[in-house]
Design a protein around this ligand. Structure first.
Ligand code: SF4
Ligand code: SF4
Length: 351
């Protein structure tokens, strides 16, 4: 066991928090390390140098899903879709490259002690806290104690918000996404990882799998979500891609049309006059198939607000009269969004 642990972590020491069983809550705070409430005191969440850094990697059972046998599935164990978080061998904690981090929040949600927080532009690993630790060498005994510590931390209530949305936060994030997408096809992995964070049973297809046309499939009580993802400008290709997906599933694999729920995920919604809205309205009128459309920012906002109710996948539905994610999203997170109407088409279509 020790040998395996040392392969997974390049560092030699871990931190055992004294009185870990007395931690009452971990609260995420925008722009600052999370607040750890321990009896009457508040400490900042700081890295405990995990033996297996869940901020960087998934365990293989976390990326498996109930759809793997039916669909091509990307089982990559990377938490960061843009490879921004690494653990240099000379450091005691992981490090995040601020230029490539797109502030998705996935690594922050996975840190058991809330050591990763989001600023307006990127995530940061905090390595500085006054909470009392014992710093110990990794060995069989300390590894068992560390596992027990993780078990205790997993039962601590998490609350708060990773980052508050604003025009500045969105502008920085969108320009990074557009820039990185010129050289890297990371968006499918990003969607998969955000959906895993939201508790969705999801299979996203492997990059370059030419035998699989469907970008992704999700499973929920009422059937399957058929997912197509596009962050470029080719919105009009998406209804056709969805129809292709569904025709294949119904004709070749005997799926029931009524249990298939299409979901298109874009960087920004096509503007109100786009043919896209007319086409999906026609599809609904002619064959009764409702194509739901959301943006990456719907997923970002749910992750940022520590949301964990997968039923949202069924709630986003639009037609030419109502091209907005706002009302449903505000209901889900329980407050008004701090994003001006129409901004970048991330919540509602621009005019
Ligand atoms: S940042 Fe969090 S998850 Fe990553 S090694 Fe540190 S404590 Fe563990
Ligand atoms: S916030 Fe997202 S993009 Fe940034 S390091 Fe974490 S996982 Fe990667």
């Amino acid at each position: 066991m020790l040998k395996i642990l040392k392969q997974q972590s390049k560092h030699e020491k871990i931190k055992l928090i004294k009185q870990v069983e007395k931690i009452e809550s971990i609260e995420s705070v925008p722009n600052h390390p999370s607040k750890i409430k321990l009896e009457a005191d508040i400490y900042s969440g700081a890295c405990i140098s995990c033996t297996f850094p869940t901020c960087i990697k998934y365990h293989s059972n976390e990326v498996k899903n109930s759809l793997t046998d039916m669909f091509s599935s990307d089982l990559s164990e990377y938490v960061c879709a843009v490879d921004a978080i690494k653990w240099p061998s000379n450091l005691d904690t992981p490090l995040i490259d601020e230029n490539s981090c797109i502030n998705c929040g996935v690594c922050a949600l996975r840190c058991p002690i809330g050591a990763i927080y989001l600023t307006e532009t990127h995530a940061v690993v905090n390595d500085n806290s006054e909470i009392e630790y014992e710093i110990v060498e990794i060995n069989e005994n300390s590894s068992i104690k560390f596992e027990e510590q993780l078990q205790k931390l997993s039962r601590v209530p998490r609350k708060g918000t990773l980052i508050l949305e604003s025009s500045h936060v969105l502008e920085t994030q969108i320009s990074k996404i557009v820039e990185i997408s010129r050289n890297s096809n990371f968006v499918n992995l990003l969607v998969r990882n955000m959906m895993i964070s939201l508790g969705v049973d999801v299979s996203i297809s492997r990059q370059g799998d030419v035998y699989n046309r469907i970008d992704g499939v999700t499973r929920f009580d009422a059937g399957f979500g058929i997912v197509e993802i596009e962050i470029g400008k080719d919105a009009l290709s998406l209804p056709r891609a969805i129809l292709d997906d569904i025709a294949g599933l119904v004709s070749m694999h005997q799926f029931n049309l009524l249990e298939l729920h299409p979901l298109v995920i874009m960087l920004s919604l096509p503007n109100e006059r786009s043919e896209y809205w007319r086409v999906i309205k026609d599809i609904k009128k002619v064959i009764g198939l409702e194509i739901n459309t959301i943006t990456l920012h719907v997923l970002f906002l749910l992750v940022w607000n520590l949301y964990d109710n997968v039923s949202f996948l069924k709630k986003f539905s639009f037609d030419n009269l109502f091209q907005s994610n706002r009302v449903i999203l505000e209901n889900e997170i329980g407050r008004k969004l701090n994003i001006p109407i129409g901004l970048y088409g991330v919540i509602e279509a621009e005019k």
